[in-house]
Design a protein around this ligand. Structure first.
Ligand code: SF4
Ligand code: SF4
Length: 413
């Protein structure tokens, strides 16, 4: 697609990147067919090709309006379109660039600005969010159903292994996961320990930055990335092999650090090293198959009644990290029988803060996903991302767990 960028962005790295991405798009529209918001709303401007057009116009100097911003807001950033695109269009990067420009040109007001400000300041602060979550959990039974669905019951991280292994991986505690689902990192720590790897965390690290980026505050997201790099650097420079991510949403975002900080002379090289050193927990465990297989063989066989399991592959796992089939293979080797899930490429509607900011679309996607996940009569649902787990659990009585918790339970049996 031929593009003539406006002066305000032409000679910037964002402009050059946008031009390269736009140049790849041949307007075939294949991506539209697999876009969840296009499927629901049926408007070209609520699909990837239409949004690409809107962003192109803005970068060429057309003044955006609130309507432009709305179509970009309705995008889930699920990246299903990237998986489908035969031309390798890096849509999500173009979206980030477009959103940053539109946000500046069409500032928000009123309730919208307030809600986004609140989310930006509450969610990424683990201590503040943790205190609010604890309060919510203590009165959970009294909460209205809509709020109760977003507050999981109080739970614990489980026993901590002694560690002391020579091999070490740095994990990200994250912002909401420690207070909502502490057992996820607890389970990861125990499984890795059994495989001879110690999981370490830096208390100075915090939110990966995805929350603020998705709320169009790219500068704050860059600050989050710099803080985390500073927290991880001494451990990487000492003896840690690399980083392990237990939430696919965080892992997918950390892989964008090199892009986010490419113009920062103090952090560009460090960010590139962090990206190279980062793996999803499923990749780490799969690489340790030689140690894992005998442990699974020694485990008590899974009772027949607990075998049927539906796996929801988060967008951040399958479209962001492009990890497909890996978790499924691990769960199968652990004795589970995965039930069929139709339209597995479609988003569940969680999408970071999307479920709060676009509740109607989110609810429809959630209902569709629950129907697809439960169609094969599973006894539980597994996922790989904290946001999806909370979102799905709010709409089903079946237990929704991170798959690493299920693997940990199998290895403990
Ligand atoms: S599939 Fe790719 S090339 Fe085709 S319209 Fe979509 S983004 Fe453009
Ligand atoms: S990221 Fe998802 S919602 Fe956004 S345009 Fe692509 S497929 Fe559609």
């Amino acid at each position: 697609m031929e593009t003539h960028l406006a002066d305000f962005i032409r000679n910037t790295s964002a402009g050059r990147e946008a031009e390269e991405i736009l140049g790849r798009c041949v307007h075939c529209g294949f991506c539209t067919a697999t876009c969840p918001t296009y499927q629901l709303l049926g408007d070209e401007l609520d699909g990837p090709r239409g949004r690409i057009y809107l962003i192109k116009q803005v970068l060429e100097g057309v003044e955006p309006t609130e309507k432009t911003r709305l179509h970009l807001d309705r995008c889930l950033s699920c990246r299903s379109c990237e998986t489908t695109c035969p031309s390798g269009v890096h849509y999500s990067r173009l979206l980030d660039i477009g959103r940053e420009v539109v946000e500046r040109k069409v500032p928000r007001t009123g309730v919208d600005a307030f809600a986004r400000g609140l989310l930006k300041n509450l969610l990424p602060r683990a201590t503040v969010f943790g205190a609010a979550m604890k309060l919510g959990q203590s009165v959970r039974i009294l909460l209205p159903a809509v709020l109760r669905a977003k507050v999981p019951p109080l739970s614990a991280a489980g026993p901590t292994p002694h560690g002391g292994h020579a091999r070490k991986l740095i994990a990200l505690a994250g912002c909401v996961q420690p207070s909502m689902y502490p057992n996820v990192n607890g389970a990861a720590r125990r499984v890795l320990d059994r495989l001879g790897i110690e999981m370490v965390e830096s208390p100075a690290a915090g939110c990966c930055g995805a929350v603020r980026l998705h709320l169009n505050d790219a500068d704050a997201a860059r600050d989050d990335a710099r803080r985390n790099i500073d927290a991880w650097w001494p451990l990487l420079d000492a003896d840690a092999e690399g980083l392990v991510m237990t939430a696919s949403g965080c892992g997918s975002h950390v892989l964008e650090y090199a892009h986010l900080l490419e113009d920062d002379p103090d952090y560009a090289v460090k960010a590139a090293r962090v990206v190279l050193a980062t793996r999803d927990i499923s990749e780490v465990i799969t690489a340790e198959a030689a140690a894992l297989t005998p442990l699974l063989q020694a485990a008590t066989p899974l009772p027949e009644a607990e075998r049927a399991l539906a796996f929801q592959s988060p967008c951040s796992l399958q479209h962001g990290l492009k990890i497909r089939g890996t978790v499924e293979a691990l769960l199968t080797s652990a004795g589970f029988q995965l039930t069929p899930v139709a339209d597995g490429h479609l988003c569940c509607g969680s999408a970071g803060t999307y479920s709060v900011l676009q509740p109607e679309i989110s609810k429809r996607l959630q209902a569709n996903k629950i129907a697809a996940l439960t169609a094969g009569a599973p006894t539980a649902i597994a996922s790989a991302n904290v946001g999806c787990i909370g979102h799905l659990q709010g709409a089903t009585k079946l237990p929704v767990r991170h798959w690493i918790e299920l693997l940990d339970a199998r290895l403990s049996s």
